[in-house]
Design a protein around this ligand. Structure first.
Ligand SMILES: [Zn+2]
Length: 342
């Protein structure tokens, strides 16, 4: 199937956006272009950062996808002769519903740092003034989120959607305009970062030696453990879906004088797998040796978000039901598998 000329522009823009960790982490975020009755959308489990080097976009039959959505069917029909074995993104329905030619969905950290708060409504109204925008409460990604988006855009012409405990969606006519709109929103919602105390690398090495844990590749991940406010937020619950999918609910802590070897032995004895990542308070973070690039990216993301949450913030966490729905979702297992094999 022959891709439209605009797909090259979408590739370039997506690679740029996907390489900026303040906008997209790991396999998160997605983009699309509509060309007649075909929606070219990012494939599930692929990375926007790879958009110029790999074929990450799949053609979807647009009107069929919209019809399936109306009937509550989450499976997305690919265009005839799609010629790919990849699946369309689990957030494709969102792209199909938005009327704009270009749709860009990101997990931008300034937006997320506001969108996890229950006390941000007046601040949103002030900072977003002049944009055609709407705020949506948290909905499970896929069909429930698409339904909420459908209701919102049926009422108003909206170019910007802030997704509670999730991220940002923008629609525009061109790739440049979509990218600029994301930058504008992030600028309006920009927050100051708290600087975390440095990690104690010697202590961390002593703790993980002889176990199947290691240091995270991105040193920013330690800030969640060394800054007590970030740590309090991170250990109280899960803030957004990709965190739960790649790192599990919340983040566990290695208590004072607790041995990492004992914790691993205990979780294994309980029939559970040891946590993907854990925090050593005041010392730093550790990640399992087999952690995927996606999990690494999510640890960095949590550091970037929590250090932007002011101490007075009233945080809204995902419920146990929200977490359960994310962990028992076949579409997510597929995405996680692909991401692990990147
Ligand atoms: Zn998302």
């Amino acid at each position: 199937m022959r891709p439209p000329q605009t797909l090259n522009e979408l590739r370039r823009m997506s690679a740029r956006v996907g390489s900026n960790i303040l906008l997209v982490q790991g396999a998160g975020g997605n983009s699309s272009v509509k060309d007649g009755d075909v929606l070219w959308v990012k494939a599930s489990g692929t990375w926007l950062a790879d958009a110029e080097d790999k074929d990450i976009f799949v053609p979807v039959a647009l009107s069929a996808a919209r019809a399936a959505l109306m009937q509550g069917d989450e499976r997305v029909p690919l265009a005839p002769n799609a010629g790919t074995s990849l699946r369309a993104s689990i957030e494709t329905s969102l792209h199909a519903l938005m009327p704009h030619r270009i749709v860009l969905h990101v997990h931008s950290v300034n937006t997320i740092a506001w969108a996890v708060r229950t006390d941000a409504r007046t601040e949103f109204a002030r900072r977003m003034d002049g944009l055609a925008w709407r705020y949506l409460n948290y909905h499970h990604p896929g069909l429930p989120l698409a339904r909420a988006v459908g209701e919102a855009i049926a009422q108003d012409a909206v170019d910007v959607l802030i997704l509670g405990n999730h991220g940002l969606v923008v629609g525009a006519d061109t790739c440049d305009a979509a990218e600029a709109l994301v930058a504008d929103v992030e600028q309006r919602l920009a927050l100051e970062q708290r600087h975390a105390p440095a990690a104690d690398y010697d202590a961390l090495r002593k703790i993980h030696t002889g176990t199947n844990y290691r240091l995270p590749r991105d040193p920013r991940g330690h800030g969640i453990a060394t800054d007590r406010y970030s740590r309090a937020i991170a250990t109280s619950g899960s803030l957004y879906p990709d965190h739960v999918v790649f790192l599990g609910p919340g983040l566990p802590v290695l208590e004072h004088r607790e041995s990492l070897g004992d914790v691993i032995a205990q979780t294994t004895a309980d029939g559970l797998s040891p946590p993907v990542a854990l925090l050593v308070p005041g010392v730093g973070s550790l990640i399992r040796e087999d952690a995927s690039d996606g999990a690494e990216a999510m640890l960095s993301c949590l550091a970037l978000v929590t250090c932007r949450l002011p101490l007075i913030a009233r945080v809204n966490y995902l419920t146990a039901e929200n977490e359960h729905a994310l962990l028992n979702w076949d579409a997510e297992r597929y995405r996680q598998q692909l991401t692990a094999d990147r």
